[in-house]
Design a protein around this ligand. Structure first.
Ligand code: S3P
Length: 189
C-alpha cells in the first residue's frame, strides 16, 4: 500500500529530525505539482510517500476518470475520504492529496491531526499548461478550461487558506519546491 522511494543520498537522520516531527501533507489545486513535489520531498527526507489519488486508483483497479464516469463524483469522494483517513495515520511521511480533498472538513481534520499542511499554488495559466494535455482530470473535461480553473480556484480559496504554509510553484522544478518546503517547515517547527 505504501510506496517507498529510497533516495541514494537522503538527509542524514539527525537532520531529518529537524523537519519530520509530523507528516508533511501537500494540498493545492490540480496541476500545482503535488505528486512530483511529494516524490522529490520524500526522496530528500528518505521517508515514505503516499499519493492518495494513486492509492485510490490502485485499490479500485481503474483510473480516477473511470471512477467518475462509472460511479460518479460522490463515490469518488467516499473512496477519497477512506484513503485520506488511512494515509493520515502514517508517521512522519509525505502525503499528497487530490485537489478537492481538503474541501471535506473530516479530511482536513484527519490530515491536520498529525500533519503540517502545505498548500501549493500556481497561476491559472500555469495550471492550464500543466493539465491540458491529459484527460485524467474529469473535473476539467469542459470546453472553457481556464474559466473552470478560475471559478474553482476562487471557490476553493477559503479551504486552501487553511493550510499552515503556502508555496508558489510557478516556473519551479519539483526539487526547488521541495527545498522551499523544507526551509519553511524548518522555520515553522
Ligand atoms: C480533483 C483533483 C484530482 C483528483 C480528482 C478530483 C479535484 O487530483 O483527485 O480528479 O477535485 O480537484 P489532482 O489535484 O492531483 O489532480
Amino acid at each position: 500500500m505504501v510506496t517507498f522511494h529510497p533516495h541514494p543520498d537522503p538527509l542524514p537522520s539527525r537532520e531529518r529530525g529537524n523537519y519530520l516531527k509530523k507528516n508533511i501533507v501537500l494540498t493545492g489545486f490540480m496541476g500545482t505539482g503535488k505528486t512530483y513535489t511529494g516524490r522529490a520531498l520524500a526522496r530528500m527526507l528518505g521517508t515514505n510517500f503516499i499519493d492518495t489519488d494513486s492509492l485510490i486508483e490502485k485499490e479500485a483497479g481503474i483510473p480516477i476518470s473511470e471512477i467518475f464516469e462509472k460511479f460518479g463524483e460522490t463515490r469518488f469522494r467516499e473512496l477519497e475520504r477512506e484513503v485520506v483517513k488511512r494515509a493520515s495515520e502514517g508517521n512522519c511521511i509525505v502525503i499528497a492529496v487530490g485537489g478537492g480533498a481538503i474541501v471535506d472538513p473530516d479530511n482536513l481534520a484527519a490530515l491536520k491531526r498529525n500533519g503540517l499542511i502545505i498548500n501549493l499554488t500556481a497561476s491559472p495559466e500555469v495550471i492550464l499548461g500543466r493539465v491540458e494535455r491529459n484527460s485524467d482530470r474529469p473535473i476539467l473535461q469542459v470546453e472553457d478550461k481556464i474559466g473552470k480553473i478560475t471559478e474553482l480556484l476562487e471557490k476553493r480559496a477559503p479551504y486552501y487558506e487553511k493550510a499552515d504554509i503556502t508555496v508558489n510553484t510557478d516556473g519551479k522544478s519539483p526539487e526547488q519546491v521541495a527545498d522551499e518546503i523544507l526551509e519553511a517547515v524548518r522555520s515553522e517547527t
